[in-house]
Each structure stands twice: as C-alpha cells, then as structure tokens.
Design a protein around this ligand. Structure first.
Ligand code: ZN
Length: 279
C-alpha cells in the first residue's frame, strides 16, 4: 500500500460559476456524470458540493441526496461530502447531508478564518465539537481541513479530547485568501507537525496547484485535483473536464513510480467504516 496514492477529485466547490468556466458541473446529473468519468479515469474519492437551481453555493439536502444517489447508482467511488457549502449556515444544515446519507467521509474545517478578504468563515468551537461527535456516531471519517497552522493545533486539541479519533486524516488547503500561502516551505512545515500515524493530502489553489501537487507527491502525501480549487489546466487554458486533472495526476503518479489507490484500497488505507454496497 506504500506505493499507492489516494486521488481526490473536487469537481464543483462552492464558488466557480458557469461564467467563470462553462465546463464546471453544478447540478446533480452533471456532477454525477462528471464524477463517474473521473472514477473511470481512476479517481479514488469524490469531494462533493452542490448548488441551488441558480448555481449558487448551497447545502440543500435534496440536491445532496439526488447527487449521492446518482453517483452510487453508477460506481463505488469513495464519497466525501462537504459541510461548508456556503457561509453563515446553521450547524444542523451543515451536518444533515452526512448524517442522512452516511458517506465514508465529510469535511471538518478545523477553525475559523477571514475569507477572501471580504467576510468570515466560521467554524465555532461549539460546531466543531458537535460535528466531531456526530461524525463519530455515524461512522463518517472527518477529513480535517487545515487552512492555516493554528487549525492543526486545534485538531490536536480535539484528538486529545477524544472528539477526533486517530489515525486522523488531514487535508492541507494552501493558498485560500485569508489562509496560509501555497508555498512548498509551508507544506513542509505543516507536514512535519502532523500527529504520528496520520494520513494526509494537500493541494494548492489556482496557479500554485501544480507546485503543491509535485511537492506533496515528493513528501509522500495524497493528492486532490478539480475545479473547486483550480479551473485552468494551464495558463489561460480552461480544463474542459475534471477528467483532464485526474488524467494528468495519474500520469505524474505513474512517472513517479506509484499508482492511484482504487476506492476499495482507499477504504482500507484510511480505515473507512461506511461503505455503500452498490449492488
Ligand atoms: Zn470543498
């Protein structure tokens, strides 16, 4: 399993619109078809956001349900549902999709921050304790998203408190305005402070996507690609599909002498408990 790299695809996110790129999948059928194509190309995990009918950021449960059911009818890719499909939402609205739909994974944003120099992204201590306990109760593994170094210390606090279990899985989100910059130095710094036995993944936003991807691979981490983080395949050129990113990551991983973990290998490596049987 040491030669396996887990590849997450994040096809939609909360922010890019059809005006930003016509290729972004926003509605359940579009998202499910895109995820299925990414699965066929070799992606291990799909990190899912949904949008409302107008394409705005949303935590609409019916959209999640429709999207998850469509994906599960097509393939057994590991599912990771966001809890942050918009700002200023009620705790219960953020937790409902993972409580009801029981994905293997859900995001756990381990602290609050200024967001894009315009507003705030709040993950209060009350919410984090509540969501950590709910995830445990529902066998949903938290993907602990780290936007800045203090969030990693928060995670250690919740591990000590028994709210988060070990081995924990971390996702370093580098280059979000208001968070830690996407530099290789920052990635090395974060990686060196992980609790022992942790698994981890990282990505850089926008043009820092590729430098962070290569550095993550060199440091033994797992990868995430997709239009949530970056809509350009190369300078000024839109990715025509999230599959483009998956195929590129797969080539890079192969050239590096490793291979992408299948969904079942991913379940084994990360000790995932919920596993929808697609039969
Ligand atoms: Zn997300």
């Amino acid at each position: 399993m040491k030669s396996k790299v887990i590849l997450t695809v994040a096809p939609t996110g909360a922010w890019p619109t059809k005006e930003d790129t016509p290729y972004i999948p926003l509605q359940p059928e579009e998202i499910a078809n895109e995820v299925y194509e990414c699965y066929k190309a070799g992606a291990s995990i799909a990190h899912i956001h949904v949008r409302d009918d107008q394409g705005n950021a949303s935590m609409d449960f019916t959209k999640f349900k429709e999207t998850v059911e469509l994906i599960r009818s097509k393939c057994d890719i590991v599912l990771n549902l966001t809890t942050s499909g918009g700002l200023g939402l009620e705790d219960e609205v953020r937790m409902k999709p993972y409580i009801e739909l029981k994905p293997e994974f859900a995001s756990f944003d381990c602290g609050s921050m200024n967001w894009s120099h315009t507003t705030t992204f709040i993950n209060s201590p009350t919410f984090l304790e509540k969501s950590g306990k709910e995830m445990k109760k529902n066998n949903v593994k938290p993907e602990i998203e780290i936007f800045d170094v203090g969030m990693l210390d928060n995670a250690k606090y919740y591990i000590n408190k028994g709210i988060l279990d070990e081995p924990a899985h971390f996702q370093f989100v580098l280059g979000a305005p208001g968070g830690m910059a996407a530099t290789v130095e920052n990635l090395v710094f974060l990686k060196n402070q992980l609790p022992p036995n942790s698994t981890w993944s990282a990505f850089g936003i926008g043009k820092m996507h590729l430098p962070i991807l290569y550095a993550t691979l060199a440091l033994g981490g797992n990868l995430r690609v997709g239009m949530e983080d970056n809509i350009f395949y190369s300078k000024g050129v839109f990715a025509k599909s999230n599959v483009d990113f998956v195929e590129r990551a797969k080539r890079i991983v192969h050239e590096f002498g490793k291979s992408i973990a299948t969904p079942d290998e991913t379940r084994k490596i990360l000790g995932l408990k919920n596993s929808y049987i697609n039969k």
